[in-house]
Design a protein around this ligand. Structure first.
Ligand code: MN
Length: 229
């Protein structure tokens, strides 16, 4: 038997490797930084939660992104993206790091006006989060290059003006805790990407503006730069 048409596989380059990382699923953590939860009008003590994006929402190191005409309020959210490369269900905290392949820098693009409207109507907000090109990511840096990550700086600028500045040490759920929590719901598998949540300072990106994001740790720097048109 053969496929009626070529199956679509979204793959992310791995830094210093000839291999690429084939994406299976994208999970995202909502409100994983207290300051961001507060700016969204929520209590900082509430536990974070998960939502998803389709695998092919990923765009790798884009130079431009199309502004979707169905929204009037496209928002940026800079995030560390965890790349999973070991299957596991109900993973223990002590072994959570073993499931991490590496990480990337990502932007969780959001149609905020639609999300707000769907929330008000108690409807699913999938399409406010999981649309085409809604997950720009950098190349992945492999875990073996840096070891366990506890301090990583994230920054995002719009047209050279700094809008978001944070560190993953401010996350409510740490990287291992995210893995433990998510694997209580589903079996994590190789190829899964997890957007780990955004620091405060989210806001609008308008047509013609340029997003510049950086992620720095002691042993690596990743960046993303694209214009929305
Ligand atoms: Mn997000």
């Amino acid at each position: 038997m053969s496929y009626a048409f070529e199956p679509l596989i979204t793959a992310v380059p791995i830094i210093d490797s000839h291999e690429t990382f084939p994406v299976r699923r994208i999970y995202c953590v909502g409100r994983n930084y207290a300051e961001h939860a507060i700016e969204m009008g929520h209590c900082e003590r509430e536990a974070p939660f998960f939502f998803t994006k389709p695998a092919d929402a990923v765009v790798v190191n884009p130079k431009s992104i199309h502004y979707p005409s169905i929204t009037n309020e496209l928002h940026y959210e800079v995030e560390l993206v965890i790349a999973i490369a070991k299957t596991g269900f109900e993973i223990e905290l002590s072994s959570a790091w073993e499931h991490v392949f590496g990480c990337a820098l990502g932007i969780d693009l959001t149609k905020r006006d639609l999300q707000t409207e769907y929330k008000k109507k108690s409807r699913p907000w999938d399409l406010a989060k999981g649309f085409d090109q809604s997950a720009p990511v950098s190349s992945i840096i492999a875990f073996k290059e840096f070891g366990e990550l506890n301090e990583v700086k994230l920054q995002l600028s719009i047209d050279d003006e700094i809008k978001q500045s944070g560190n993953i040490n401010q996350m409510i759920w740490s990287i291992p805790e995210i893995i433990v929590e998510l694997s209580r719901h589903i079996e994590l598998k190789s190829g899964d990407l997890i957007f780990s949540g955004t620091p405060s300072g989210v806001g609008e990106i308008k047509k013609g503006q340029t997003v510049s994001a950086t992620m720095n740790a002691a042993r690596f720097d990743l960046n993303l730069n694209f214009t929305v048109y």
